[in-house]
Design a protein around this ligand. Structure first.
Ligand SMILES: [Zn+2]
Length: 392
């Protein structure tokens, strides 16, 4: 009887595209299922196999494959928590497309609270890697080939590095239209234009046709709820914009704010004491902090070279000359970066990858329609400051 009712229900709906099982990492994930799979980097210590958990939620309806990666730098913890929260709040039965979450890419570094791999290499300089390369390059290649190439879009989660902290922000190559679309889908957040250093996961993925953005928030070695929460909200907003979920997220103003940035560096070694905080607006000439030589008592002031907003800063510590201390963002508009970023609606990539809730078996609720991406404000020319940036 139940079967008959079910069949009648099926007959009563218009045929909607049904998802097929997902073949991934040697396993098969059924539509509507959430699974924990394992990625096996080919390189390991002393022959011991290292298995890295990969979370996969495969929705019952077709849609984009969004990948979330965290702890590529093993000491950057906020992203681990962002992946956990986003993944476990997703209902796989109600998902369109597929969500892939790798909470800890660099398990070696994570176990030792280290940014690096065991050989002191920075994994985020070796993507897409090579099968016959160094240990880091082989791990990067294995990860890139078995996971990243299966993604339609990627959000790589990071924090500040080396005792620095970042205002929650996206890093994105705004010259790439699909990447610009991703930043717009993320909602109200700070977006810093950056091409991305060669070898970063973000750059390699984008170059391979998988548009990628980096979310940077807070400092390494900590779990910081105030940095995690906007990241969770941003990813959930992006999933909704891509049509993967219908969940309403309250993220305030949906328009991101675009910045370029410059670092203010120490010209003297000594004890850094900051006088401003993350997110502060500063004017040219404002005192940002001081550096005092603990032996000679010689003291110098760090001043803002131009007006802007503090997007990143070093925690109070001993610094050496040349150390990047304050990252001052200059607000701009996305299409200032290049004419490729001029906004005339979502790109062909977005139209192809994004799904639509207006399918016959899932009538949209009027108030929950997928938000349309907003047109940009006018832009002015900005320079690409990538060469002066700190590593991601
Ligand atoms: Zn990082």
């Amino acid at each position: 009887m139940q079967g008959l009712i079910f069949s009648l229900l099926l007959l009563g709906t218009t045929a909607a595209p049904q998802q097929t099982p997902l073949a991934f990492l040697g396993e098969e994930v059924a539509p509507g299922e959430a699974r924990q799979l394992e990625w096996h980097p080919s390189e390991s210590f002393i022959g011991a196999d290292v298995t890295t958990p990969v979370l996969v939620a495969h929705g019952p309806h077709p849609g984009p494959t969004l990948c979330l990666t965290a702890a590529v730098h093993g000491d950057e913890l906020n992203g681990v928590e962002i992946v956990r929260r986003v993944f476990h709040e997703v209902d796989p039965q109600a998902l369109r497309g597929t969500l892939v979450g790798v909470p800890i890419v660099n398990l070696h570094g994570f176990r030792r609270s280290s940014r690096y791999l065991p050989d002191r290499r920075d994994l985020n300089r070796y993507f897409p890697g090579a099968p016959g390369g160094s240990s880091a390059s082989r791990i990067a290649h294995s990860f890139f080939d078995s996971i990243v190439r299966n993604c339609d879009a990627l959000v790589d989660l990071h924090t500040g590095s080396f005792h620095r902290t970042n205002l929650p922000q996206l890093r994105a190559d705004l010259r790439q239209r699909p990447v610009l679309d991703l930043t717009r889908g993320f909602g109200a957040t700070v977006v810093v234009h950056s091409v991305g250093a060669i070898g970063t996961l973000r750059r390699a993925a984008t170059d391979a046709g998988v548009p990628a953005i980096t979310y940077e928030a807070g400092e390494p070695m900590r779990f910081q709820p105030s940095e995690v929460e906007p990241g969770v909200a941003g990813v959930q907003t992006l999933m909704r914009a891509l049509g993967m979920t219908r969940k309403r997220t309250l993220f305030g103003d949906p328009e991101p704010r675009y910045y370029t940035s410059r670092w203010v560096r120490a010209d003297q070694g000594g004890i850094l004491l900051s006088e401003i905080g993350l997110g502060d607006e500063v004017d040219a000439g404002d005192v940002l902090g001081s550096i005092t030589d603990p032996i000679t008592n010689e003291r110098s002031l760090l001043q803002a070279p131009h007006a802007g907003r503090v997007l990143g800063m070093a925690l109070n510590q001993v610094v050496i000359p040349g150390f990047a201390v304050f990252r001052i963002g200059i607000e701009t508009a996305a299409d200032a970066v290049s004419s490729a970023a001029q906004w005339n609606g979502p790109s062909a990539w977005w139209d192809r990858v994004g799904t639509d809730w207006e399918d016959p078996d899932q009538p949209p609720v009027a108030s929950e329609a997928v938000p349309r991406l907003l047109p940009p404000s006018p832009l002015s020319e900005v320079e690409d400051l990538e060469a002066h940036e700190r590593p991601e």
